[in-house]
Design a protein around this ligand. Structure first.
Ligand code: ADP
Ligand code: MG
Length: 230
């Protein structure tokens, strides 16, 4: 089997598993979360309060992983519509901004002057952008640096570029970026880019990554444009 076929099989397996187990994971988590909140209230004067926020963050993390798994399962079962890419990014900008704030990093949005209409489910594109911006922020790692999202019309497509001035990556890392579960991070899932590719491919677009160690990384996405609603 070729590597790409093995990757595709892994993605499919994760997706199938996720579809059948997501609720089984989330329901008990909701229970845990609820009782943790009760305990937190009960021990609100304790000096060990911070245990609760650690538990909360970890629960949040499990939820995020389950969400990533779910996208791998069935990203088609949504409500597609004609959306302006500029508007999607503006809607997402408060969340992106708060992520960038957490990292003390400047985030620059360069929108297109005219609307760029794509036929999509907004949440899918938002998830792609969020995954890419998170990677970019993690690559800068609170050092001096900047993340840029730029959209424009190019070659009859909508083009999105997410650029960072982070640590970049060597060739051997670049060749594994889209392998399920490949991560260089202690707490990474290695699914962020796999999810991005799954979504972009579903929209008949392309995603490519250029990176220079110690300089930064540029992710380029091309998505087919569509006509606005009459
Ligand atoms: P995760 O972020 O959970 O590790 P991803 O699929 O998002 O999984 O990314 C896989 C790996 O690719 C990361 O662990 C990191 O080594 C590398 N990577 C991705 N984006 C960037 C980036 N913008 N700059 C440097 N390395 C990156
Ligand atoms: Mg990631």
């Amino acid at each position: 089997l070729e590597q790409s076929q093995i990757d595709a099989q892994k993605v499919e397996l994760v997706g199938t598993l996720a579809a059948s187990t997501a609720h089984e994971i989330r329901n008990p988590l909701t229970g845990i979360k609820g009782f943790i909140q009760l305990l937190q209230e009960k021990y609100k004067d304790s000096e060990d309060q911070y245990y609760f926020s650690v538990i909360d963050i970890e629960i949040q993390r499990i939820n995020e992983i389950v969400s990533e798994f779910l996208v791998l399962g069935k990203p088609t079962a949504h409500h597609h519509a004609v959306n302006d890419l500029n508007a999607i990014i503006l809607e997402l900008s408060p969340l992106l901004g708060s992520e960038a704030n957490l990292y003390n990093t400047e985030l620059d949005l360069k929108l297109n002057k005219e609307p760029l209409y794509i036929f999509c489910t907004k949440d899918h594109i938002k998830q792609v952008l969020l995954n890419l911006v998170k990677n970019a922020l993690e690559a800068i790692d609170k050092q001096e640096g900047k993340v840029t999202i730029a959209v424009r019309k190019f070659d009859g497509n909508a083009q999105i570029k997410v650029t960072d001035t982070g640590k970049g990556m060597p060739q051997e890392v670049q060749s594994k970026l889209f392998h399920p579960f490949f991560t260089m991070k202690d707490t990474g899932t290695g699914l962020g880019l796999v999810v991005c590719k799954r979504i972009i491919t579903m929209y008949k677009g392309t995603i490519s990554i250029k990176s220079v160690p110690n300089k930064g990384t540029e992710v380029t996405i091309m998505l087919p444009l569509t006509e606005p609603k009459a």
